[in-house]
Design a protein around this ligand. Structure first.
Ligand SMILES: [Zn+2]
Length: 351
């Protein structure tokens, strides 16, 4: 196949060819032109997504397939799965489904996360991390903080020493670590332990933002999920301190994320689809990142070429996977264009 159009991110008009699911930059005799004009964007990335998780917990595989297809329909062709209660490896065999980088299961403590989703341990975090490294695709997901019902507020789950040992175990095995964090207190321990990414990060302060920027720690703020915080607070009747804390984190999230962007923290787009958030909302997250101060181009990049590079997937260069989304108009000048892809190509197949 042959495609001609303006290729992002560089914005140059170019010709690409696709052979055996790979991008070629040199003419291929006899190729059929399937795109002539428009904008070619490297397949979108949802950097925080849960395939296999529904509002009631783990789902059956057919429903997980539907979730992945819903994501594909919006142009999401690469998913960093941030923890799933079911084994989604069978989905990775299907060439029609987005690529999924799995993180195994969340690692939490009893009563310190949503029930029936993660593995729950009392102690020996490094051993639990080693187990999840072995079954995942190079990422491990910790629950960094959660409501401590005794204290009536968000509180860290792990000590600094536990975190340091756990991150060491993962890195020694070639895996990266990320953590769910809403509040302020868990962040210094996680970042200083050398964690690779922070999910949500609503409790970031000037100090912890500076620390992340200095260490190159990534942030996936899941802005469309943070919109659910007031609803969580409304249902937290017995825990007024926690409720107010959640409302405060929500009230300042735009400032928090805009400061992180400004400080040079690498920020990527993730929807947190699977629990309270529907699949297929990556464009809403891109728009939300733009609203908090990312340029439109960077917001698209946070869900495309920047995220792909971060996760080890090249953009539309010679030999790269032919995962391409084609739009009629330039999405950099109007993000709504992202809602109507003209063509979605995954592994060189057109959908
Ligand atoms: Zn999540």
């Amino acid at each position: 196949m042959h495609l001609r159009g303006v290729v992002l991110p560089d914005g140059e008009p170019r010709d690409l060819w696709v052979v055996n699911g790979r991008v070629r930059t040199q003419p291929v005799p006899g190729a059929q032109t399937v795109v002539d004009g428009g904008f070619l964007v490297p397949g979108l990335v949802d950097a925080h997504c849960h395939v296999g998780l529904g509002p009631q917990g783990g789902v059956e595989l057919p429903e997980a397939v539907e979730q992945a297809l819903t994501d594909r329909a919006t142009g999401t062709l690469l998913i960093r799965d941030c923890g799933s209660p079911i084994d989604t490896t069978p989905l990775q065999e299907r060439l029609d489904l987005p690529r999924i980088i799995r993180a195994g299961r969340h690692i939490a403590k009893p009563k310190r996360y949503l029930p029936h989703i993660g593995v729950e341990i009392e102690s020996d975090l490094p051993a639990a991390v080693a187990e999840q490294v072995a079954i995942g695709d190079g990422w491990v997901k910790l629950v960094g903080d959660w409501i401590d019902r005794g204290a009536g507020d968000l509180a860290p789950l792990w000590t600094d020493d536990e975190l340091e040992a756990a991150v060491k175990v993962a890195h020694a095995a070639g895996a990266k670590v990320t953590a769910h964090v809403f509040g302020e207190d868990a962040l210094p321990g996680l970042i200083n332990a050398g964690i690779d990414c922070i999910e949500h990060g609503t409790g970031l302060t000037d100090d912890t933002i500076a620390l992340m920027a200095a260490r190159g720690t990534a942030l996936v703020p899941t802005l469309i999920n943070i919109e659910t915080f007031p609803g969580i607070a409304d249902k937290a009747g017995k825990y007024p301190v926690y409720a107010n804390h959640m409302r405060d984190l929500h009230a300042r999230v735009a400032t928090t994320v805009s400061k992180a962007v400004e400080a040079g923290v690498p920020v990527y787009a993730g929807t947190d689809a699977g629990g309270g958030i529907q699949h297929g909302r990556i464009v809403d997250e891109i728009a939300a990142l733009h609203r908090v101060g990312m340029s439109a181009t960077d917001a698209i990049g946070a869900a495309s070429w920047h995220a792909r590079a971060w996760l080890g997937f090249p953009s539309l260069v010679e030999g790269a996977a032919a995962d391409i989304v084609v739009y009629d108009e330039d999405p950099r000048t109007n993000l709504d264009v992202l809602r109507s892809p003209r063509m979605i190509m995954l592994r060189g197949r057109v959908y």
